[in-house]
Design a protein around this ligand. Structure first.
Ligand code: ATP
Ligand code: MG
Length: 626
């Protein structure tokens, strides 16, 4: 079917369209109303319908594909690979659900899951879904402080953790972090369930609070736990945003709308159907991990590959070896992941048989052209830029190879996905801007199925964060965009990442793109720094592909390119070459912290910072001078 017709129908006749899509999942009770929009901008999809995410992801497939692989969990850290069929997954999830019940967890109770990419994290999520408990997965390896903040927001009945994670061969004990977080939290969970991997055998145990998984699993093995049928709009899970721009928001997801949106996206966007294989390199703790490592592929009856480990261990070909071994059809990763490989020997891209691989989707941050070109040439596959947010739960902009693949345009994540009414509007007047002009990307409500229903426990923050920016009731993405004549949207960065140089408004993204075209540059971060004369000036922090290249040549080269490509007004006032850039744990640049340091201010909330060393390095670079 043609993309244009499909998309038009989704926004002109949303109830018919989504009513049809809803048939892709199992309903215990059919929806009474496809869309209830009586209280804008809150909306209810499939109101009155009863369904369950776990039933759709697991039980429903037993009749036809019990012996097909559901989950392959590969760890290059522990050197363990687990291949789990739908039948085995069903058994594990039932056992886990029985354990949850035994620990006092019921419908509507929150469960915090603090685990690395391992099979039990998936069992735990699905077990919560089965009994109607609301999971909140916190990225494993976040510091105790981050965990405590999320515990206090979610007030869980239970916290499930691994004894430890591993990164680059180093054991990272989780249990001390859990204990510290529970001490720091105002409302710590009454129970903690520890999944032991044998990585930290000596961990402390709190009597009466801590339980171990292995003995409970043996005790409840073979148990059967009835599926709890939930009204479509009950919460399924909470997930906190990355915290790139401020304090993370607790995104609340529903049940029915989410399942329907994922089912649609699996075939139409990701081109993966039952029996096929999808490999997402995301962590289960991110939005991509929830939607495309766990619920999406399983709802579709596909095989999901979960990977714990670095993209470079045991060698930089590890992802492609996995693709070859399991016949991966669609792979999903991030620009950051590809940039890591870009610093390695490119011959690793050619060592494996990738004949089954069709598509590589990249999401989470801007995909710069040089990186897109490098990986396109390297693996000879179609690379699809994917734009979405934790809030939306699935892509907002993408190409849709499962439906009708439109030409790739580097630098653009493409066209609106079904159900999204997108506009690009002037940030001051709120009027639509013409093609080729920059504005704020907004979604006209009602938000499609799959998007957040509210901010957990905070409807006021839901309204103020997303719906209070314009006269009209519009969801602001808080991202700048340009739409071209063909309707392709280009994302230019966040609305708080704009530099105002002597009255000219420049997007940091454009300057970063320009710097990245320099052959020595691995990655560039651009910020606006206060300037007496001009208001603000652009300042660049960049990493180079090779340590032995001349920093001063690269700096001069970047400045020259920016002047050539964007004009003298955009010329970076200073360029700092560093070994690492400060990023969130999800791989996003923390420009606000760079800016604060460059302006000698406090770098602010650093709770989601990945590598504190990177910030120290930036401080030293600033002291040394550009
Ligand atoms: P917070 O909202 O807490 O500040 P965050 O916005 O980084 O954190 P996420 O929901 O993980 O949290 O990220 C969504 C954002 O990532 C988008 O709003 C956009 O700025 C950026 N992004 C995601 N995908 C793309 C893409 N393909 N191209 C450009 N930017 C992207
Ligand atoms: Mg955001």
């Amino acid at each position: 079917m043609k993309y244009e017709d499909f998309h038009r129908r989704s926004i002109e006749q949303p109830e018919e369209f989504w009513g049809e899509q809803a048939r892709a999942i199992h309903w215990n009770k059919a929806p009474e109303t496809i869309l209830d929009y009586s209280n804008p901008p809150f909306r209810k999809w499939f109101a009155g319908g009863e369904t369950n995410l776990c039933f759709n992801a697991v039980d429903r497939h037993l009749a036809e594909r019990a012996d097909q692989l559901a989950l392959v969990a590969i760890s290059s850290e522990t050197d363990v690979t687990r291949e789990i069929t739908y039948r085995q997954l069903h058994r594990e999830v039932n056992t886990f659900a029985a354990i949850l019940r035994a620990l006092g967890v019921g419908r509507g109770d929150r469960v915090v899951i603090y685990m690395p990419n391992m099979a039990e994290a998936v069992f735990a999520m699905l077990a919560c879904a089965r009994i109607g408990a609301v999971h909140s997965v916190v990225f494993g390896g976040f510091a105790a402080h981050n965990l405590a903040l999320r515990i206090d927001d979610a007030t869980p009945k239970l916290l499930i953790c691994a004894d430890a994670g591993m990164r680059g061969g180093k054991v990272i004990p989780y249990k001390p972090l859990v204990d510290a977080a529970c001490s720091a939290a105002k409302s710590p969970p009454p129970k903690v369930l520890i999944v032991e991997r044998g990585l930290d055998p000596g961990h402390a145990v709190v009597e009466g609070r801590d339980e171990h998984y292995a003995p409970l699993r043996a005790q409840y093995d073979g148990a059967e736990v009835d599926v709890e049928w939930l009204e479509s709009n009950e919460p399924s899970y909470l997930l906190y945003t990355s915290g790139t721009t401020g304090k993370p928001k607790g995104v609340q997801r529903d049940v029915g709308g989410y399942a329907v949106a994922l089912a649609l996206s699996m075939w139409s966007i990701y081109d993966v159907r039952a029996g096929q294989v999808m490999f997402s390199t995301s962590d289960v703790g991110w939005a991509v991990g929830h939607s495309y490592n766990v619920y999406g592929p399983l709802i579709a009856g596909a095989t999901s590959v979960l990977y714990e480990g670095l993209p470079t261990n045991p060698d930089p070909g590890v992802w492609w070896r996995i693709c070859e071994q399991y016949g991966v059809r669609t792979m999903f990763s991030s620009p950051t992941g590809i940039r890591v490989l870009k610093k390695q020997d490119a011959s690793f891209l050619k060592k494996h048989d990738l004949s089954k691989l069709q598509w590589l989707f990249l999401a989470g941050e801007p995909l710069d052209e040089p990186t897109a070109q490098w990986i396109t040439d390297g693996i000879g596959k179609t690379i699809i830029d994917n734009y979405w947010q934790t809030e939306t739960g699935w892509p907002v902009l993408s190409l849709m190879p499962g439906l009708d693949l439109k030409p790739v345009k580097f630098g653009s994540p493409g066209l609106p996905t079904p159900g999204y009414r997108l506009r690009v509007i002037d940030d001051v007047t709120g009027e639509d801007v013409p093609a080729g002009t920059k504005g704020v990307l907004v979604i006209e409500p009602p938000l499609p199925p799959g998007c957040l229903t509210t901010v957990w426990n905070d409807d006021a923050r839901f309204l103020s964060s997303y719906f209070s920016h314009f006269k009209e009731l519009l969801y602001s993405s808080l991202d700048w965009a340009i739409r071209d004549e063909d309707g392709y949207t280009f994302i230019l960065g966040r609305t708080d990442d704009v530099i105002n140089v002597a009255g000219h408004r420049l997007g940091t993204r454009e300057i970063e793109e320009s710097c990245s075209t320099h052959p020595s540059v691995a990655e560039a971060a651009v910020i606006g720094v206060h300037d007496e004369l001009k208001g603000q000036v652009p300042v660049v922090f960049a990493t180079l592909k090779r340590q032995d290249e001349s920093a001063s040549d690269a700096a001069a080269g970047m400045q020259q390119r920016v002047v050539e490509q964007l004009g003298g007004v955009a010329k970076p006032a200073r360029v700092y070459v560093v070994n690492a850039l400060p990023k969130t744990r999800s791989g996003k640049l923390l420009r606000r912290s760079l800016q604060a340091l460059a302006e000698s201010r406090d770098p602010g909330d650093l709770s989601t910072l990945d590598d504190p060393g990177a910030l120290e390095e930036v401080k030293r670079a600033l002291e040394r001078g550009a």
